[in-house]
Ligand binder design. Sequence first.
Ligand SMILES: [Fe+2]
Ligand SMILES: [Fe+2]
Length: 192
Amino acid sequence: MIKKDLIKQIEAYLVKKFKEPNKRLKHIYNVKKVASTLGKIYNADIPSVVVASYLHDATKDDTNEENIELASNLINDDTPKACIHAYAAHNLAKTMFKIDDLDILNAIKFHCSGRSKMSMLEKIIYVSDFIEEDRPFVTTELRELAKTNIDKTVYLIMVQTKEYILKNKQEFSSYTEEAILFYKKKAEEFDD
Ligand SMILES: [Fe+2]
Ligand SMILES: [Fe+2]
């Protein structure tokens, strides 16, 4: 399916599922907005950016049971509860929308934990999810940094996320742990 039709199909699905005005749908649109801006700056494929933005949290308001069932082939003991929806959304993209583009699927799957060596699309979705305009805890500096140094932005977001997770005694993904080391090195390279 060409992406334009796919995007229309996903839009219709989201509007029907979330019924505006809806906080989750607003977040999804906000992610799409900032991700599209970053996509242009970093020469990403914009239809892919839109598809990944639209679907990244498509199952987040479903029940835990529904998410676990949909994601059952992907989750294991290392998957934080807070990230199961990302795996479920990945499977929804595959089954309901027949998406087979690995980059889009990975951007959805890893938008919560992040990981080392992310593609540009993955980084754009990961960063946009955190810095979208309704996030009150994000500084203007970080929003600006995202436009010039996406690797350092990924690193700073991961550090902030880790602090939050540890403070709130939540589970922490080994993907994020590994990625922090990876992007710390990248950020230092840039500072040299
Ligand atoms: Fe999410
Ligand atoms: Fe999100």
